[in-house]
Design a protein around this ligand. Structure first.
Ligand SMILES: Cc1ncc(COP(=O)(O)O)c(C=O)c1O
Length: 478
């Protein structure tokens, strides 16, 4: 009988199934392909049972696949390239180029239609960037991963993919300052409404959600308030209201936080931070864990009929990510892939150092209060330990008596660097009120929990004894 495969007529045996067709049609990288039957997505579990009929149209569309039974660090190190390197390179080479050449116009047409696994233009996809995405996919078991130029690009691309003007999202005012500004100013001007709740009180969140709400967005540990919401409770609300839960997990990346297990639908990460391997490069990641049925999202409903669980990543890759152009560069993907290889070890050391420093600060005379979810006395200790595998991040904050004292302390430091970043290999310190949050007035800063007496310390992987000695002398010198 005759059917159409990727738009071309093909003769196949009567009663063939999709599984049989995958074998006979010489599909490249079958583990990466998703199948559409007569324009609708077909789940893998139905391949063997679905018998093809005369005139059926089957399309093989390339997104991402893979997965293995290996453990976290082994997966990071041994995720295979999607195509064998001709020289047997151990690291994915840096494809620092723009365009990719095709042998025929027909192949180029197939690639543009997503019917051939190929790179065409590096703003849309690139082998080095794809390999970084594949490694993140391997360790998270996600449906799709997209790497971007920054954490802010990951957040903005995500919201622009799922929401339109006059829609709203629900979040908290306790957010990274630029994320608040993105929602309130940049996307606000384009018609997105942002509604704010105290996300540590989930019962208040439901009341803000209506038919125009497209997501709940939150940070797993808020920066710099260091609040920790009950993520399962937020996920249950999102499920009940049929909207996705989006988590910024910059402070708790994969290895210490299994976002899928806690019901997070979409994870966004500033890979500039921990993943880059010590502030080597700016980058961002979007991860779709495949838990949310995109048919329930007004904007992605039709994509979900065609592409099933790939609806969100497909819309990104073929529209929002492509059109906005905030792609990760090949060079940065190379650096970030190297960074990823040592992520668990750096995380372990930084988290252990943070607890030691927090315990020291608790006893220090000049320090009015110390905030770290890892401290036994912290209000968020239990929730943070449960959610983040006993490693509740490597950022702590503490209060001195005044802004003047904070500045004295910062200027006295000899080892710890005065800089605005998190999860460098070096420890970094900052006065959030006069830097990241400087554009907000006193009343708003108050609502955001950013006091003038607050210092943020992002702890690195140095020997904690040297860090404590530096903090001690800086406090004594005030
Ligand atoms: C929690 C959080 N999310 C997002 C971002 C933005 O990341 P990027 O600087 O990579 O754009 C930051 C940056 O500090 C952050 O702390």
């Amino acid at each position: 009988m005759k059917i159409k495969v990727n738009g071309k007529e093909q003769l196949i045996d009567n009663n063939s199934s999709i599984t049989e067709l995958l074998k006979t049609a010489n599909v490249e990288n079958p583990q990466l392909v998703s199948v559409q039957l007569n324009g609708e997505f077909l789940d893998k579990s139905k391949f063997g049972l679905t018998q093809l009929r005369e005139s059926d149209a089957v399309d093989f569309i390339y997104f991402m696949g893979g997965g293995s039974g290996l453990r976290f660090i082994t997966k990071i190190l041994h995720t295979k390239f999607s195509k064998e390197d001709p020289h047997g390179s151990m690291h994915m080479p840096v494809y620092d180029n723009v365009a990719f050449e095709f042998k025929t116009a027909e192949e180029l047409e197939l690639a543009f239609a997503g019917r051939k696994p190929a790179h065409m233009y590096s703003r849309i996809s690139n082998p080095t960037v794809e390999h970084f995405e594949q490694r993140i996919k391997a360790i998270t078991d996600a449906v799709g991963v997209i790497a971007l130029s920054s954490g802010m690009a990951a957040i903005s691309n995500t919201i622009l993919t799922i929401a339109r003007a006059k829609d709203n999202i629900v979040t908290s005012k306790h957010l990274f300052g630029n994320t608040y500004s993105l929602f309130e100013n940049t996307l606000g001007d384009w018609g997105l409404e942002t509604r704010y709740a105290d996300l540590t009180k989930p019962e208040k969140v439901s009341q803000l959600i209506d038919e125009k709400t497209k997501a709940i967005f939150f940070e797993t540990i808020t920066n710099p308030q260091l609040e920790v919401a009950d993520i399962k409770a937020l996920s249950e609300i999102a499920r009940r209201k049929n909207i996705p839960l989006i988590a910024d997990t910059t402070m708790t990346p994969p290895y210490i936080f299994n976002a899928k297990k806690f019901g997070v639908d979409v994870e966004v990460i500033s890979s500039t931070k921990w993943i880059s391997g010590g502030a080597t490069s700016v980058g961002g990641i979007i991860i779709d864990h495949g838990l949310y049925d995109w048919k329930k999202n007004e904007k992605l409903h039709n994509d979900a009929i065609k592409f099933g669980p790939f609806a969100f990543v497909s819309r990104l890759r073929r529209e929002v990510y492509r059109n906005i152009g905030a792609c990760m560069s090949a060079h940065n993907a190379y650096l970030q892939t190297l960074g990823l290889e040592t992520l668990p070890f750096r995380l372990d050391i930084s988290c252990a150092n943070t607890l030691k420093i927090a315990e020291f600060l608790k006893k220090a005379d000049r320090v009015k209060s110390v905030n770290y979810p890892g401290l036994k006395g912290s209000f968020y200790h239990k929730t943070a330990f449960k959610q983040f595998g006993g490693k509740p991040g490597a950022v702590l904050t503490f209060d001195l008596a005044s802004k003047k004292e904070c500045f004295h302390f910062l200027n006295n430091l000899k080892l710890i660097r005065r800089a605005t970043n998190l999860h460098d290999n070096r420890s970094l310190v900052l006065h959030p009120g006069s830097t990241i949050f400087c554009e907000y007035d006193a009343a708003l800063k108050n609502e955001m929990g950013v006091r003038d007496t607050l210092i943020r310390l992002a702890v690195g992987i140095e020997d904690y004894r040297d860090l404590i000695a530096d903090i001690k002398q800086a406090l004594e010198g005030i």
